[in-house]
Design a protein around this ligand. Structure first.
Ligand code: SF4
Length: 231
């Protein structure tokens, strides 16, 4: 991993966190940061686009949907401070990608090895539902990120929205027309150019509370990702 590439990723993240391209999301993320949830009333919310996190030399890229209003939008770190993140990082720890099972706040000592975590949309959307125009506005960041992450071979898409965003990104970087579009499913796989796309149910409470996604199911995705990456 060259320091030049790491610097490019840092520069990209600086650009991301100052982005104000989507008026609805800018308004929402800042309103949430101002009003806060009662349990976090004493905390200063991040209230900006949330940067990615991980190993610049990663073989595996994890793509989520968007930051949670009181998770990443509060802590300033992707999947940090919400229940989805609790599930994700615990699984990354069990499968050898994270040095600790929890992600609480920036500066908590979390270190990821071999994996890089990002999102299709970088600002918290109302109801966890970005508009198509917002997804499109944010897509160049994911494209540029993937181009800078030169070692990535496997992309884990958390949920159908991220799966779709990953396919669009891969179509762009590979110049391929992906028809028919590979269908999303848990442990669904698609080979696209030099990448392996791997589907995973999103670790949202909607899935984890209902048992649609269990810890072994989540772990099996990251074990499969490691096998596909050959590492
Ligand atoms: S969602 Fe993406 S494009 Fe829209 S304001 Fe946030 S960072 Fe910018």
């Amino acid at each position: 991993m060259s320091s030049a590439r790491s610097e490019d990723l840092s520069q990209l993240m600086e650009e991301v966190v100052s982005c104000r391209a989507c008026p609805r999301l800018v308004s929402w993320r800042e309103e949430i940061a101002r009003v806060k949830r009662a349990a976090f009333a004493d905390q200063e919310y991040w209230g900006r686009p949330v940067p990615s996190l991980g190993d610049p030399g990663a073989l595996v890229l994890v793509v989520g949907l968007a930051p949670a209003a009181h998770g990443g939008n509060r802590t300033g770190r992707i999947f940090t401070g919400d229940r989805s993140g609790d599930w994700l990082f615990a699984s990354l720890h069990r499968t050898g990608y994270a040095n600790q099972p929890v992600s609480l706040h920036r500066g908590d000592g979390l270190k990821l090895t071999g994996v890089y975590v990002t999102a299709a949309v970088r600002c918290a959307p109302p109801g966890n539902g970005p508009a198509i125009a917002e997804r499109e506005a944010c897509s160049p960041y994911l494209i540029r990120e993937l181009e800078l992450l030169a070692e990535v071979r496997v992309i884990v898409a958390l949920g159908a929205f991220a799966w779709d965003a990953a396919i669009r990104t891969l179509a762009h970087v590979s110049g391929m027309r992906l028809r028919p579009k590979p269908r999303f499913g848990h442990l669904a796989e698609a080979s696209i150019a030099r990448y392996e796309l791997l589907g995973c149910y999103h670790p949202s409470q909607q899935n984890t509370f209902t048992g649609r996604l269990t810890e072994p199911m989540l772990d099996s995705v990251f074990s499969r990702a490691r096998a596909l990456a050959g590492a």
